[in-house]
Design a protein around this ligand. Structure first.
Ligand code: PMP
Ligand code: GLU
Length: 390
């Protein structure tokens, strides 16, 4: 059967595809060590689950306003006050079905066909395809493992054209774990505004920044230039709520209105009782978030200790998120000459599932998620090392 032409310009999500592959292998009885998907292995904090149960018991199960219940929009605004000291009216916020829909809504509501979006590479798999779905063109801005995957104003200026209208930033980054300091973000913001480039800042890993690095955000710039900045975030990573599908956005109220119009013609509101749980998450205690952050630091260090023994790997120390993105091109061989083949070889020989760097715009690397228990992580990396060292 023929499908619409627009489907030819996008690929399936490589992260979700590798995660599905890991599940398939498990179902077929193979031993699998899954470092593919970025999904915390912790339970959702109990006060959040209790809030969802209470909402269900109170029959809070009907349609709600598309951009979210007033309580949740106030809680989202409260989050920006609590962490970034930014005062935002509830009309500058909306709840979305995952961080993904916040990004998708914003790109659809802001970009015009023919516009170009700058995307520092390595990038999260979905950005280029979402830009294409909006009829615009993704333009990758290369960075390297040797420079810690940081994007600079010089590199952005080099990639900019008169058609550039938007920049997608993701710090801390999926897939590299690279974190930009506030001073670095400030320099990028000053450059973007001087060129009339809108900043879409995906801050879904903002709670997962590891000392001595300090959290940083574009929220302060939103307060100064609300028509030039949008911030996407969500509860999936910080509260271990991937399956709940709760994301949110801070943007100019006019842009939020346009995004809500799109959402109203596609998916409508986020699940009603999940919105109540989100209020509990955003306004409640953050002890569980702090505990998860400590566990991720421990796992990052455990993984890096092993990777450092791979003498031909280049792997900067990630300062946030829960991914490692080693450049393993030093281990490419005639039978595994690129990231896709190396990923397949490792999976075949050991049952360790990773994601090829090619999906993130860097064919020299593999992405390893350390959002898995310490023992599996150690075992997976030890097995991987044996394949690499041959
Ligand atoms: N942005 C980034 C950088 C991500 O890694 C993810 C995937 N987990 C998302 C957005 C979307 O997350 P979700 O839709 O699960 O909230
Ligand atoms: N973002 C996560 C990842 O990169 C989840 C999968 C997805 O939504 O792509 O693994």
């Amino acid at each position: 059967m023929l499908t619409a032409l627009r489907m030819n310009c996008i690929k399936p999500s490589a992260t979700l595809a590798m995660s599905a592959k890991a599940k398939e292998m498990k179902a077929a009885g193979r031993r699998v060590l899954d470092l593919s998907v970025g999904e915390p292995d912790f339970p959702t904090p109990s006060h959040v689950k209790e809030a969802a149960k209470a909402a269900l018991d109170a029959d809070f199960t009907r349609y709600t306003a598309v951009p979210g219940i007033p309580e949740l929009r106030a809680a989202i605004a409260g989050y920006f006050k609590r962490f970034w000291d930014v005062t935002a009216p509830p009309e500058a916020t909306m709840a979305t079905n995952g961080g993904k829909q916040a990004l998708y809504n914003l790109l659809m509501a802001y970009m015009n066909p023919g516009d170009e979006a700058l995307i520092p590479a390595p990038y999260w798999v979905s950005y280029p395809d979402m830009v294409r779905l909006a009829g615009a063109e993704p333009v990758a801005v290369p960075t390297t493992a040797h420079s810690g995957f940081k994007v600079t104003v010089e590199a952005l200026e080099k990639a900019r054209t008169p058609k550039t209208t938007l920049l997608i930033l993701n710090s801390p980054s999926n897939p590299t774990g690279c974190h930009h300091t506030q001073a670095e973000l400030d320099a990028i913001a000053a450059w973007a505004f001087s060129r009339d480039v809108f900043i879409l800042s995906d801050e879904i890993y903002d709670q997962l920044v590891y000392e001595p690095a300090k959290p940083a955000s574009m929220a302060g710039w939103w307060a100064k230039r609300p028509e030039m900045v949008g911030i996407a975030n969500g509860l999936a990573k910080s509260f271990s709520m991937t399956g709940w599908r709760l994301g949110y956005c801070l943007a100019h109220p006019d842009l939020i209105k346009a995004m809500a119009k799109l959402q109203g013609q596609s998916t409508s509101n986020v699940c009603s009782f999940v919105q109540k749980a989100a209020v509990a998450a955003l306004t409640g205690p953050y002890d569980a978030v702090d505990a998860m952050r400590r566990a991720f630091v421990r796992r990052r260090d455990l993984a890096l200790r092993i990777i450092k023994t791979w003498d031909r790997a280049v792997c900067p120390t990630p300062q946030g998120a829960f991914y490692l993105f080693p450049d393993l091109s030093g281990y490419f061989t005639p039978d595994a000459p690129d990231s896709t083949a190396l990923c397949a070889k490792i999976m075949d020989k050991t049952g360790v599932v990773t994601v090829p760097g090619a999906a993130f715009g860097d064919d020299a690397c593999l992405r390893l998620s350390y959002a898995t228990d310490d023992a599996s992580l150690e075992q997976a990396l030890t097995l991987m090392g044996r394949v690499l060292m041959g």
